[in-house]
Design a protein around this ligand. Structure first.
Ligand code: UD1
Ligand code: CA
Length: 450
């Protein structure tokens, strides 16, 4: 429990997201860059929410409406001048005035911290500890502030890499940016920050030395690099994505899916896989995919905005685009693209087809090379294929068009009128057979050559 029984155990969370993210070289605010398909800031928002804080406040820059929209309805405070992490918390001062509980500060560019780790930082901020800092020992320490501890392991000060002496730079215990404060002291500490440092900024990290000078204790809680890495550049973003993907792969396998080669399967934060789903190598899940039990997804398939019912077989090389709904036991084979279409139970589209803006009835068979011609350059139109219908190979179905239940479309037909239930539709020129023509042709040609 944070604090002693006499004091306030409530929690406020402040997320700093006003930094310009210059090192990203991007027009998008840094915290809006996605990991597993959602902005970094949304990852933090979800995790911080697990702590059920009294309030959560986001500090953003004046030109970052998009961040405010993403975190709504949580309040945002605007840090007009980017004068450092200390300046950013100051910008939230009005939201924190009179708050006597624990204030947890998170950095928007450190999006992978688990709720459990946040909780440990909050719980260690108790008794005479005015501030706790979540430390870690990263593989590449260059950019991080160094945590300088005393012989008892207590925290004395944080030195930014740019301000550090060679001895201080050799310390491998680093500041993750996650800090918890006794709310009764926070504002007073912020007021005394100055900008006498290499970056001429108000460093939040300086609060540690100030709290120590006031006779308070400061503590370090250690966490793992995987969840504490900070994203400052595109290279860091790729490292963070790798961590998120590994977590999602582990989650899928723990839920009962087989990933034949986990490192080659790419998930989104919202991918849902059932039990006994088998995912073969090099499968990519875009946003909004739900896969029921016992589905096989074969190699090199790409799924997005799609639901797949139990027992279906997808791929290899299938493309399921938004609005594809694949029924139980249906099959979507190689080089088949499905968009905004329902494939009924047991329907098959096994080879080289485009099925868009369509309904395919249960048990229908879509032959190789079938195309639903859904677009005339202006509008999109629907194709309706009945239960048990059979569409011969290389057919073009010109929408809007309806093929009745049990109907057969002969191979190579271009169908632009509706086809009745159980009828045969055939649309192609009559075949002409010229007896002996080929043999005569060869004879003529070989004579000329000789
Ligand atoms: C900061 C820490 C460093 C720590 C590292 C962890 C300070 C002074 N340094 O360095 O000790 O090891 O994070 O990743 O705190 N921000 C604002 N307003 C500003 C400046 C920054 O809101 O004026 C926000 C940024 O959006 C970002 C976070 O604060 O989310 C950290 O800022 P950044 O400039 O990336 O700090 P680092 O140099 O990484
Ligand atoms: Ca940073």
């Amino acid at each position: 429990m944070a604090r002693d029984a006499m004091t306030d155990t409530s929690l406020a969370i402040v997320v700093l997201a006003a930094g310009k993210g210059t090192r990203m070289r991007s027009d998008l605010p840094k915290v809006m860059h996605p990991l597993a398909g959602r902005p970094m800031i949304s990852h933090l928002l979800a995790t911080a929410g697990e702590l059920a804080p009294e309030k959560m406040v986001f500090v953003v820059g004046p030109d970052m409406e998009i961040v405010g929209e993403t975190v709504a309805p949580h309040p945002t405070c605007i840090q007009a001048e980017r004068d450092g992490t200390g300046g950013a918390v100051k910008a939230a001062r009005d939201e924190l005035a009179d708050f006597a509980g624990t204030v947890l500060v998170l950095y928007g560019d450190t999006p992978l911290v688990s709720a459990e780790t946040m909780r440990r930082a909050v719980e260690a901020c108790c008794g005479d500890v005015a501030v706790t800092v979540l430390g870690f020992r990263p593989t590449h320490i260059h950019q991080y502030g160094r945590l300088i501890t005393n012989d008892d392991g207590g925290l004395e000060t944080i030195i930014e890499a740019k301000d550090a002496s060679p001895e201080q730079l050799a310390v491998n215990l680093c500041n993750s940016g996650v800090m918890a404060f006794d709310g009764r002291h926070l504002i007073g500490l912020l007021e005394r920050l100055d900008t006498n440092n290499a970056k001429n900024e108000y460093y939040l990290t300086e609060t540690v030395a100030l709290a120590r000078a006031d006779g308070h204790a400061a503590a370090v809680v250690e966490g793992e690099e995987d969840e504490l890495l900070g994203v400052n550049s595109r290279a860091d973003l790729a490292l963070a994505e790798a961590v998120v993907q590994n977590n999602l792969r582990a989650r899928a396998m723990a839920g009962g899916a087989t990933l034949v080669d986990p490192g080659t399967v790419w998930f989104q934060h919202d991918t849902v896989l059932g039990r006994d789903v088998v995912v073969h190598p090099n499968v990519v899940f875009g946003p909004g995919v739900t896969v029921a039990d016992d589905v096989q997804i074969r190699a090199f398939s790409h799924l997005e905005g799609t639901s797949v019912e139990a027992g279906a077989v997808i791929g290899p090389y299938a493309r399921l685009r938004p609005g594809a709904r694949i029924g139980a036991g249906a099959r979507v084979g190689n080089f088949v693209e499905v968009k905004n279409a329902d494939l009924g139970a047991g329907a098959k589209a096994n080879h080289l087809s485009y099925v868009g803006d369509a309904r395919v009835g249960a048990g229908a068979n879509i032959g190789a090379g079938t195309i639903t011609c859904n677009y005339d350059g202006f509008g999109k139109y629907e194709t309706d294929i009945g239960d048990g219908a059979f569409i011969g190979s290389n057919s073009a179905l010109v929408a809007p068009v309806t093929i009745g239940d049990g109907a057969i479309v002969a191979a190579g037909s271009t169908i632009s009128s509706d086809v009745e239930v159980d009828a045969l539709a055939i649309e192609r020129s009559e075949q002409v057979a010229k007896h002996g023509w080929a043999a005569a042709f060869r004879k003529l040609k070989s004579k000329k050559k000789g």
